[in-house]
Design a protein around this ligand. Structure first.
Ligand code: NAD
Length: 291
């Protein structure tokens, strides 16, 4: 039986670890939160005393942490000094490309294989085992990771070398943030011009203005498939997480001198939206700012 050390059992990590247990992995779990550990124990994970203990006994280490500073700290100070030779390291957190690359380099200096493997899909996909993984690292490590990632996701894509998984994630989410705002403003303008939202949906979702934000995740209540708009924007993908990902995209763009005017504007709008008390609401609630 393969032993996986799973570090970070929050909203996403708890569902992912649960799916590993269901797929017959021996999961050694650690988190700083007692509540997260209790939930992991209930799901069938074995609770480790520390990150170091879990890492030392694992064939594979998976981390699902809030941000780059946590990832850097935990790999530099706890994981890399504890793991055995041959242990595969997979960071699934969404972090900046530079940190992903530098932590992988540290791992390689110790002779360890590491992948950045951020996910798309949110809490429901984590619980349902239907995440998409965007993976950066070498092909050999990718092949080795495929089985364990498949236990938690339905689509596993090799994006390129170290940091490429994070690059794919932040570019995708920058596009999503901008297209959601464009979709919202189009619906609001259509309304002010006297056009019915359902009629606009039927036209635009079959015309050149079609976007995922419209056809799959429509920000207007009662229009299109079920979405957070039908639930007063509760659940879904929090505006705060969209703002976090746009911040990472802006950081990435600055580092390589890329021009991202739409991304910058989206970041500014989501920042205002979060400051106005909507950080916990689904990101499509930004339609209310455009009313
Ligand atoms: P979360 O805050 O719910 O979970 C993070 C967990 O890490 C917490 O339980 C926390 O206690 C634990 N943790 C922090 N520092 C630790 C340490 N030093 N040692 C052990 N445990 C530690 O966050 P989440 O929503 O699960 O998101 C995790 C990552 O996934 C983030 O990078 C986020 O951007 C990304 N992500 C989230 C979503 C989503 O919809 N929530 C979707 C895609 C990607």
């Amino acid at each position: 039986m393969t032993t996986v050390a799973f570090i970070g059992l929050g909203n996403m990590g708890s569902g992912m670890a649960d799916n590993l247990v269901k797929n017959d992995y021996n999961v050694l779990a650690f988190d700083l939160s007692e509540a997260a550990l209790a939930k992991a124990k209930e799901a069938g994970c074995t609770i480790a005393q520390s990150t170091e203990q879990a890492a030392a006994e694992a064939d594979i280490v998976i981390t699902m942490l809030p941000a780059g500073k946590h990832v850097k700290d935990i790999y530099s100070n706890q994981i890399l000094s504890s793991v055995c030779e041959g242990t595969l390291l997979i960071d699934c957190s969404t972090i900046d490309v530079e940190t992903a690359k530098s932590v992988s380099e540290l791992a390689e200096k110790k002779g360890l294989k590491m992948l950045d493997a951020p996910v798309s899909g949110g809490v429901a996909a984590a619980a349902g085992g239907t995440l998409t993984f965007m993976v950066g690292g070498d092909a050999e490590a990718f092949d080795k990771a495929h089985g364990v990632l498949s236990a938690m996701g339905k689509k596993i894509v090799h994006a390129g070398g170290h940091g490429a998984g994070q690059a794919a994630k932040i570019c995708n989410n920058m596009l999503l943030g901008a297209t959601m705002i464009a979709t919202c403003e189009s619906f609001q303008l259509a309304k002010k011009l006297g056009l019915d939202a359902q009629v606009f949906f039927d036209i635009a979702s079959n015309a050149s203005g079609q976007t995922w934000s419209m056809t799959t995740y429509c920000p207007v209540k009662g229009v299109g498939p079920q979405s957070p708009a039908d639930n007063d924007f509760a659940g879904g993908f929090a505006s705060a997480l969209m703002l976090k990902d746009l911040g990472l995209a802006m950081q990435g763009a600055k580092g390589v001198n890329a021009q991202v005017p739409m991304g910058e504007l989206a970041a500014k709008w989501f920042e205002m939206h979060c400051e106005e008390g909507n950080a916990g609401m689904d990101f499509s609630s930004i339609i209310n700012r455009l009313a």
